[in-house]
Design a protein around this ligand. Structure first.
Ligand code: IMP
Ligand code: MG
Length: 212
């Protein structure tokens, strides 16, 4: 299925970005309503927000500014081995420092894709015996799921496309785009090594995911 990307790409990004999937304005609006949903459920208790590095930085910063709750913030660093490895070979680069036993915890991630990350992280946090554990992701790509996991709060469900921006990267680049968009194929060609080179269309997100 080919997704139409109608919104104009800001001139500054046109060379690299093929299309905008979610605009800055759409994100801003949705993050506010997401915060309302979280607030409603977490009211009355101090919340511990645990954010997964690095993709959540922009989303997290906006989300927590709208959260009218007493909260503490901590991070878990998780990443997969560099380009060319399967997504799923996870390494923890930073462990949680706060004690979450008996606490209300909101786990925040950038995107729920295959579900491998959340299905590794959730049992780790659950083992620390929080009173409540909910998950919040900016994006959800249900078509790619291989693990049986879902998020309690989802910003946007998106089609099976590799996206960048608003925290999401390709080879650590493009995290700072204020929107969520899709790159031109030439960008991938330039960054990936020749063995990973990809042709076009639907195939393109496959090698790229390994480069996460
Ligand atoms: P999962 O473990 O397959 O669910 O993937 C979660 C992680 O994969 C995310 O936190 C991202 O780092 C990365 N990822 C998955 N899809 C995309 C994408 O479309 N763009 C950028 N990163 C992605
Ligand atoms: Mg990430």
């Amino acid at each position: 299925m080919k997704t139409k990307l109608k919104t104009k790409v800001p001139p500054r990004w046109r060379k690299e970005v093929e299309g905008v999937l979610i605009t800055e304005e759409q994100i801003a609006r949705r993050v506010k309503t997401l915060a309302r949903e979280v607030e409603r459920d977490f009211r009355g208790h101090e919340t511990v927000v645990i954010s997964l590095l690095n993709g959540t930085v922009l989303f997290l910063a906006d989300l927590i500014r709208h959260l009218n709750l007493p909260l503490r913030l901590d991070f878990i660093g998780v990443s997969s081995y560099g380009a060319g490895t399967e997504s799923g070979a996870l390494v923890f680069t930073k462990e949680l420092r706060l004690d979450v036993r008996g606490r209300d915890v909101l786990l925040v991630d950038d995107i729920l894709d295959t579900g491998k990350t959340l299905s590794r992280v959730l049992p780790k946090v659950r083992a620390l015996k929080p009173r409540r554990l909910k998950t919040c992701v900016l994006l959800d790509k249900p078509a790619r799921r291989v693990e049986k996991v879902s998020a309690d709060y989802v910003g946007f469900a998106i089609p099976d496309l590799f996206v960048v921006g608003y925290g999401l990267d390709f080879a650590e680049r493009y995290r700072h785009l204020p929107f969520v968009g899709v790159l031109h194929p030439h960008v991938y060609q330039e960054v990936l090594n020749p063995a990973d080179k990809i042709k076009s269309g639907n195939e393109r997100h496959q090698p790229i995911l390994r480069a996460r």
